[in-house]
Design a protein around this ligand. Structure first.
Ligand SMILES: [Zn+2]
Length: 81
């Protein structure tokens, strides 16, 4: 399992970036960030996307993956500095 750089969701099935830092174009099931699109095509940083996602009310792309007692601020702690 891999962790999303934007929201800290730590159950991604694939890494967002490959070993050579090439984007893997996977969409986070939590925040919806797509590596290679939101960052390279749209030019957003992780922080910018995160702030926009929080401003939108932290919607889940795949609500079925959302834990019952999900706490956004705890999940954000998973992000590596
Ligand atoms: Zn995410």
């Amino acid at each position: 399992m891999y962790t999303c750089n934007v929201c800290g969701f730590d159950k991604l099935e694939w890494p967002q970036y490959l070993e050579d830092a090439a984007p893997n174009f996977i969409i986070c099931e939590c925040c919806g960030f797509q590596s290679g699109y939101d960052d390279l095509d749209l030019g957003k940083t992780f922080e910018e996307y995160r702030n926009e996602w929080i401003a939108r009310g932290t919607p889940w792309t795949n609500p079925k993956k959302r834990p019952v007692n999900w706490v956004m601020k705890e999940q954000l702690l998973n992000i590596k500095a």
